[in-house]
Design a protein around this ligand. Structure first.
Ligand SMILES: C[S@@+](CC[C@H](N)C(=O)[O-])C[C@H]1O[C@@H](n2cnc3c(N)ncnc32)[C@H](O)[C@@H]1O
Length: 530
């Protein structure tokens, strides 16, 4: 399969492993005022660089996010975005802090953009559930590059569509070339487990249905009765109830003979034109939603102008050039989320995704949760502020919009778990360290009284193995016979078959370790960095 190369690719391919794992600190929880309807709780708005924030989300959300929508910088040369990732390479370090320039002015602009995106896409891929899907808005500046990189990170076989969104309707007569009206939305699934939803039907989609014969099942339209491919068993002569014979079409009928008569019995097939023709009825009442098209029109899902007008309802002027309209993200949610889905937007901007999630929940009684990440300081004054207003209601007089309810945690990206010298950063506290180690061992942290009674340093049990993290701030811990004696495993219903025990050092002999099935892991050396 062809792959894209660019300056710095070899340096960023594994950069997501080098990104320090940092704690997520809840600054406050905002809850809609009393009297607002119920909506989802536990939503998150994270203020920080998404590379670090995405990494910090892994312990709780790896493989759990159902739908990702991102709208990264398009690299137009007008956004003023800056490459700031701390990649340890002299060439890349030269890029730090410089605004990425326009085509022709900045020869490494596409390399910088790809270096920025690659590790983020790797982390997004890990966060996505097996039946999840990602939608990425992009324009022609980077669409072709992004497509190749997505093929690499998500797998070309998981490409679902490149949806064209008509972002503006009115022509631009002063355009130097074509008048540009679309963005791309690349859609990739995590695996074949993803199922694409349907879009709601509107009256114009039903115009070919009617009920000329007063069919009790209501409006219908005629459907094709011919098989698209030739098959011998589909070529049979149909004998009508009054004894007439109808020859099969060139490839045969659409169904085998048994199925044909079952459909006749159910009324789906009838004979018309004096029993010389077969009519297949496709009933409107049996049509669910519509299969989504790959072109989304502005009238259906909104335009950039609509998005700017939406923002003006919250803020005196639109703080972005190209926000997305809420209806566009609602379409994404309708196609890709169930009522309890987790939706992630790691380039949150004005918080359109949160707005759409709350609206969709209000519409169908769902409990979808959003996680937004925004690095700029306006995470508080714009992103979170918009969401607060959507939850509480906004606007005045005839323009008043009722609140949708719900709550969210406002979170900042905090201290790293490991110091530069590789030691644990004790400032983060023992509880956070234990949580991390449990996650790195894929053990569910068990804080039950039963396990605490075995030993307060126990993390949990997995596959009959007991995991213990014997760690004390400002003290050297030793896995010794004395420590083993403190493990009151008799408190468990069945004794563990083996033990994974972390400590600063180990004084057990190899024989003892083998006898009890003990694996020793040294702190911090053997704590997995991911
Ligand atoms: C094109 S805007 C998104 C607009 C958004 N879809 C809306 O409707 O308002 C991209 C946003 O991503 C943010 N961003 C860019 N790089 C980021 C990073 N590394 N971490 C977090 N946010 C980032 C920018 O600050 C900007 O607000």
């Amino acid at each position: 399969m062809p792959q894209l190369t660019w300056v710095g690719k070899d340096k960023v391919k594994n950069h997501h492993h080098d990104v320090p794992f940092r704690l997520l600190n809840t600054q406050y929880t905002f809850t809609a005022k009393e009297g607002m309807p119920a909506n989802s709780t536990g939503n998150k708005i994270i203020h920080g660089d998404n590379l670090e924030a995405l990494k910090s989300l892994l312990p709780e959300f790896e493989g759990k996010v159902n739908c990702i929508y991102i709208d990264p910088p398009y690299n137009t040369g007008n956004e003023g975005w800056v490459y700031n990732d701390n990649v340890n390479d002299p060439k890349i370090k030269k890029w730090l802090g410089q605004v990425v320039g326009k085509e022709g002015e900045d020869l490494s602009r596409h390399d910088k953009w790809l270096c920025m995106m690659y590790p983020r896409l790797k982390l997004l891929h890990r966060l996505l559930a097996d039946d999840g899907v990602i939608f990425i808005s992009i324009d022609d500046n980077e669409q072709a590059h992004l497509k190749l990189v997505m093929d690499e990170v998500f797998g070309a076989g998981n490409f679902v569509a490149d949806v064209i969104w008509q972002h503006s309707i009115q022509g631009k007569n002063d355009a130097k070339s074509f008048s540009l009206h679309h963005n791309h939305t690349l859609v990739y699934r995590k695996s074949i487990k993803f199922t694409l939803g349907r879009v709601s039907r509107r009256d114009e989609h039903n115009i070919s249905y009617s009920n000329p014969d007063n069919d009790p099942k209501g409006d219908w339209r005629s459907g094709d009765v011919r098989s698209p491919n030739y098959r011998e068993n589909l070529k049979y002569i149909v004998k009508t109830p009054s004894g007439k014979q109808i020859e099969p079409p060139q490839n045969g009928w659409r169904w085998s003979e048994d199925v044909f008569w079952d459909k006749y019995a159910s009324g789906e097939i009838t004979f018309v034109s004096n029993e010389t023709k077969v009519l297949r009825k496709i009933y409107l009442c049996e049509q669910g939603g519509r299969v989504p098209e790959t072109i989304w029109f502005g009238v259906d899902v909104g335009t950039t102008r609509e998005a700017n007008n939406e923002l003006k309802e919250f803020f005196s002027e639109s703080p972005f050039d190209t926000p997305k309209p809420t209806r566009l993200i609602e379409r994404v949610l309708q196609l890709a989320t169930h009522k309890n889905a987790i939706i992630l937007d790691s380039f949150a901007g004005s918080g359109t995704t949160a707005h759409a999630v709350l609206k969709q929940n209000a519409q169908d009684g769902g409990n979808r949760q959003f996680i937004l990440i925004e690095m700029m300081d306006y995470a508080q004054t714009i992103t979170a502020e918009r969401v607060r207003r959507v939850m509480n209601g906004y606007g005045e007089g005839t323009k008043a919009v009722s609140g949708l309810g719900g709550n969210f945690d406002y979170i900042s990206v905090g201290e790293p778990l490991f110091l530069d010298d590789g030691n644990l950063n004790e400032v983060v506290g023992e509880a956070s360290i234990r949580q991390y180690v449990a996650y790195s061992e894929r053990v569910t942290l068990d804080t039950s009284d039963t396990l605490q009674a075995v030993n307060p340093h126990c993390l949990g049990l997995k596959d009959d193995a007991l995991f213990v993290f014997y760690y004390q701030v400002n003290a050297i811990t030793a896995l010794s016979m004395d420590f083993l004696a403190t493990l009151a495993v008799n408190n468990l219903i069945s004794r563990p078959n083996s033990y994974v025990i972390y400590a600063d050092k180990c004084t057990l002999t190899p024989d003892i370790m083998q006898k009890y099935g003990i694996t020793f892991k040294r702190i911090p050396r053997d704590i997995t960095r991911f």
